[in-house]
Design a protein around this ligand. Structure first.
Ligand code: ADP
Length: 380
């Protein structure tokens, strides 16, 4: 290490002067030999660790190091031996057990050729470290929050897009499906006004029928919009077998009328609101009974486990569905039939809403005259 080349004025005193200067310096000063044994330590250095200067003398600097950095001490001494200086950060343990961080620049003093010594010059930067660490943590937390917020915005945006699409669907339904019966009633009344021979009772009865159907449509629409917004994640598993048993009780008379056979495999317990599961089973089984073929309905309910979800299936031997309509039938008010099969076309749309709200999917595999299998998933 070269001596500084800055011109200096003569010191105002001898060795005693320097000793007192070093003793009372606010900088942390010490001196140790090449084995790390402390020869001298000033007040500030001792105080930083909660000791008096004499407590340290004769002890190894190694003993004051934090346990996790002790294995590095040998390298530190080696660097001083080779490079004649070393700088960096040293983690030490104070008398009260707390850790201190020293920023040091220690140099090899070769003024005594027999006993080379190391002059230790350090600053206690524990506070600075603490603040930097807490700043880093705040920054990390801030980044995490920003990422979470962004993810939430993505989810919200897609929810809003979905709800926008629902609203459009809703507007479409209101303008088409609900206008149609109104137009029919209007046509009937026009006819009654123009044609004096028209039978008023028939016209009133026909209008009442149409309005009744319209009221059912409005009710279904309401159910659909409720099913979109209702519910939160269930906290308890529900036994799907007992929910199916409940469904079979509810549909007892339709099953009996159709002479249907309903069978099922071993059904699992799933994390789902029981009312939701009941609704889905009821809809799928009602359809399986309603859209039956010439043969007596044979319906089978099954559930298979994948790694992440349960895949339920409701299989029937009914009239089947053209695969071209496999997705459309899950949209509200989409029906493939006229009045020969009663219904409003809302059942599967509600099932889809419920399944998706429970983080699952629903779909159908079918061909005309070959029966249909409806699948829906529930996360495990
Ligand atoms: P809805 O039964 O009131 O018409 P859904 O939403 O339950 O309403 O069904 C939509 C359409 O899907 C039905 O009109 C029918 O054409 C078809 N569909 C549903 N389930 C079956 C099934 N099991 N077999 C054949 N077609 C079906």
């Amino acid at each position: 290490m070269r001596e500084p080349s800055v011109a200096r004025s003569n010191p105002p005193g001898g060795e005693d002067f320097y000793r007192r200067l070093a003793d009372h310096s606010l900088g942390l000063l010490c001196c140790h030999d090449l084995d790390g044994v402390l020869i001298w330590i000033n007040f500030a250095a001792a105080e930083s660790l909660g000791y008096a200067p004499e407590d340290g003398i004769g002890r190894k600097l190694y003993d004051f190091l934090a346990p996790e950095v002790r294995p590095l001490f040998r390298d530190y001494l080696e660097r001083i031996r080779v490079n004649h200086y070393d700088n960096g950060f040293m983690r030490l343990v104070a008398r009260d057990g707390t850790q201190r961080v020293w920023m040091y620049r220690n140099v090899l003093d070769q003024s005594d050729p027999v006993h080379n010594r190391v002059l230790g010059l350090a600053l206690d930067v524990t506070e600075r470290f603490r603040i930097e660490k807490s700043l880093q943590q705040s920054e990390e937390r801030y980044r995490q929050l920003a990422a979470e917020l962004e993810a939430r915005i993505v989810v919200r945006t897609s929810e809003l897009e979905q709800s926008n699409a629902d609203l459009q669907q809703f507007a479409h339904v209101v303008s088409h499906d609900l206008q149609a019966p109104l137009r029919q009633v209007r046509a009937l009344l026009d006819y009654a006004l123009k044609d004096t021979a028209a039978e008023p009772r028939t016209i009133i009865e026909r209008s009442a029928e149409i309005l009744e159907r319209m009221s059912t449509l409005i009710e279904s629409l309401l159910n659909y919009s409720i099913s979109s917004n209702r519910g939160c994640d269930p906290v308890r598993p529900v036994d799907s077998r007992s929910i199916l048993a409940q469904t079979l009780i509810d549909l007892q008379s339709s099953i009996g009328d159709a002479a249907a056979q309903v069978t099922h495999a071993n059904l699992p317990a799933v994390m789902m609101d029981p009312a939701d599961l009941l609704h889905i089973f009821q809809n799928l089984l009602t359809n399986a009974l309603k859209y039956r073929s010439e043969a007596a309905p044979a319906i089978h309910v099954d559930a298979l486990a994948t790694e992440s979800e349960w895949v339920f299936s409701v299989k029937d031997n009914g009239i089947g569905i053209d695969p071209a309509y496999a997705e459309k039938i899950f949209l509200p008010f989409r029906r493939l039939h006229g009045s020969e099969y009663p219904g409003t076309g809302i059942g599967l749309a509600v099932c889809k809403k419920i399944v998706e709200r429970n983080h699952g999917r629903i779909w159908v595999e079918s061909r005309p005259h070959e029966g249909s299998t409806f699948f829906f998933t529930v996360p495990r």
